[in-house]
Design a protein around this ligand. Sequence first.
Ligand SMILES: [Zn+2]
Length: 291
Amino acid sequence: MKYLVIRDDDLSYWTKPEKIEKIYSPLFKKGIKISFAVIPYAVKMYNPGDFDSMYQDVDTAKPIGENREIVEYMREKIKEGVAEIMLHGYNHLYSLKAGDKLYVATKYNIEYLKSKGEPFSFVGEYMDKYEKLYFKTGEGKRYLEDIFGVKIKNFVPPSNQIGVEGVRAVAENGLNISGIAGKKYDRELNLKGLESYVKRIIFKFKHPNLTYPYIVDYGSHKELAGYAFTPSTDWERYENQLSFCDQNNLPFQIATHYWELEGELLQKYYDFIEKVLSKGFKSAFLKEVLA
Ligand SMILES: [Zn+2]
C-alpha cells in the first residue's frame, strides 16, 4: 500500500507547543497524521544539527511531564487522531569517541579534546550495551505511555545510530524501529533476518542510488527506512526514491526535525507533502504501517 508516514524527531521537555502548532496546524487541519519521536528525559542540546558547534549539558535532563504545556497540547492532538507518540531514546545524550575512549559531549570535553588536537566523533545514545539500553527503553516507554495515555509501538534511534545490542534491547521491549541502519549485517542472527539481508544486498546492486524501501521483518521486530528531510537533503535522490515507492506501491516515510523546518525548507516541506498525497499516498502513522 502507498502510505505517507511523516516522522518528526526530538519533541521533548524543551519543545515549545507554539513551534509545533506553527508548523503543523495547516497539516492537522487537513487530518494529516504526524508520528512524533519523543525523548522522555531529554538533556538540553545547544546548536543542534551543527557538529562543529553542537554540545550538550549533562545536568539538564528533564522529564517531558514537567512541561505541562507540551503534554496538554500533544494529548489534544492524540485525541484528534493526528499524532502518534514514538520513543526516541531516553535522554538523547551523545558521547564523543576519541580513539578507544568515550567522553560525554559537554562543551568542556569538546574544548578539551580540540585543545589536545585529538580527533573525535559523535556517537549516539543507542550504541551502548544491551543491559543498560534494555532498562532505559522499558522505563522510557512506560513513562511516555503513562504521560500521554497511549501504547507505544515504535522506536526511533537517537541520531539514527543503533548497534546490535540496542536493536535487541528495543525489540525485546516490543518495539519496531524507524530506520534501517548500516550496510553490514548488524542484527540478531536468524533465518528471517538473513533472508532480508540478502534482499537488501540484491536491491542495492540493482538500485545503487536508492535506499532500501521495503518493510524489513526480522521476526522479532520490523524496520522501515525514513528519508531525511533536512537542509542537506539531495533532492534529486529524494524525488527518485518517491518515484520508486509510487511505482511499486510502497510506503514513503519522511523523517525530519521540527527545529530545522523554517522559511524555504518549511515551504518545500508543505509542497512535497501535497505532492505525495496527490499521487494517491494515504496519510498514516508508522504504527499503522508496521502493524
Ligand atoms: Zn533526535
